[in-house]
Ligand binder design. Structure first.
Ligand SMILES: Cc1cc2nc3c(=O)[nH]c(=O)nc-3n(C[C@H](O)[C@H](O)[C@H](O)COP(=O)(O)O)c2cc1C
Ligand code: SF4
Length: 372
């Protein structure tokens, strides 16, 4: 049997990807203050789709106005936003790429909410370590059930807008992750306590989203497989979470790491798979041992094509997501596929695009309130 290659097509349920490179979701802040698509946003994604990416994942996209991370975050909470989202999916489809959207609620991590005094909600009334003066309030069970329906409505809009898949953002300390983690969930009711309790809200969201989009539409989740914070998840618990999610109908697991307030693992020169990529291998192994075949997406400091190729050829993961390297060079995939690696404008891993204005090089060094 021949080794899989980075540039082989990949079947994600009914969706055929032209290769195994995924654009990692990255908040651009290019939307309007009403969360609507702008021409700048369309051309930003269009450029990366022209550049050969197989699956573009549109950035964390707010499912409610209140759940926004920032003022110019893209939104999918209102039917009025569909028009722009349709233009976006058409632009990407015109290149031969497929396009997913990441559904997001920031919960206690809404820096916009903390700044403007908006109602900040969370599983438990504990501020994020990065927003220590904020006052999140504990969601009532009825409100949690209403949020499940907000996710489902957003997913229905994603289908109507022409997206090929949805990814639920259950990583990086946002609302779904807040419920999953003993670091942020201190509830004593059915939505907290044991792992089963902490899984309840994400599983209810998954079930409602599945019902909204139908059985054949790909639905996956992004998780922080190691939260890198005392009291948070490590791979052992996250692998169980991934297994439960797949057993409950998730079509793919996108393995990221870290939550705000934790420590980011050191990033080397980028010649070898990073520690975050190796978490994906751990998740994949646990799924395989349990007879589960859902694809796993690896991400994290994949800067050079050789590393991306190795991840696929060694079976470390099924798909590889690339973030900053695509900010630095939108043509990364096309150049890699043509053997023009020396012409790639290589991301240095400086992280300026995380801590400052988006873009590479960042247009300004105005500090952002928090990293995504
Ligand atoms: C500017 C920027 C914005 C980001 N926004 C998101 C986001 O919206 N959703 C998400 O899950 N991760 C987000 N991330 C994390 C990336 O998806 C990715 O996991 C991370 O950058 C590591 O991959 P890389 O080394 O290839 O960049 C963001 C990262 C950057 C640099
Ligand atoms: S700003 Fe730095 S980390 Fe971000 S894409 Fe550019 S070189 Fe890479």
């Amino acid at each position: 049997m021949s080794l899989p290659s980075l540039f082989d097509p990949f079947q994600l349920r009914g969706v055929r990807l032209r290769n195994r490179v995924v654009m990692a979701p990255m908040v651009s802040d290019y939307a309007t203050e009403d969360g609507e698509v702008t021409l700048r946003l369309i051309s930003y994604y269009g450029e990366r789709a022209d550049g050969g990416v197989g699956l573009i994942t549109i950035e964390a996209t707010a499912i409610t106005r209140n759940g926004r991370l920032g003022a110019n975050q893209l939104g999918i909470w209102d039917d009025g936003q569909l028009h722009g989202l349709r233009y976006l999916t058409e632009r990407v489809h015109g290149t031969g790429a497929k396009v997913a959207v990441q559904l997001h609620h920031a919960g206690r991590q809404s820096s916009f909410g903390a700044r403007t005094g908006a109602d900040l909600v969370a599983p438990s009334p504990i501020p994020s370590p990065t927003l220590p003066l904020s006052k999140p309030r504990e969601l009532a069970a009825a409100e949690i059930r209403a949020l499940v329906q907000d996710f489902a409505r957003a997913a229905r809009r994603a289908v109507a807008a022409g997206f090929d898949a949805v990814e639920l953002h259950a990583a990086h300390g946002y609302l779904l992750n807040q419920f999953l983690s003993p670091f942020s969930n201190y509830r004593a009711d059915e939505y907290g306590g044991s792992l089963e309790g902490r899984l309840r809200f994400p599983l209810e969201v998954l079930a409602a989203v599945r019902e909204a989009v139908g059985p054949d539409f790909p639905v996956g989740l992004r998780i922080s497989a190691d939260e890198h914070v005392p009291g948070g998840h490590t791979l052992a618990e996250s692998a169980v979470i991934a297994r439960r999610l797949v057993e409950s109908g998730a079509d793919f697991i996108h393995v990221s790491a870290g939550v705000p307030g934790g420590h980011a693992p050191p990033e080397g020169p980028g010649d070898d798979p990073s520690s975050t990529v190796l978490l994906a291998r751990g998740v994949k192994q646990v799924l395989t041992v349990n007879g589960l075949r859902a694809p796993v997406i690896a991400v994290g400091h994949v800067l050079r094509p050789a590393v991306a190729r190795k991840i696929i050829e060694t079976g470390t993961a099924d798909l590889v997501a690339i973030g900053r390297a695509l900010l630095a060079d939108p043509l990364w995939v096309r150049k890699a596929a043509a053997g023009l690696e020396d012409e790639i404008r290589v991301c240095s891993g400086c992280r300026d695009c995380i801590h400052h204005e988006r873009g590479c090089p960042p247009p300004s060094k105005t500090p952002r309130p928090q990293a995504p």
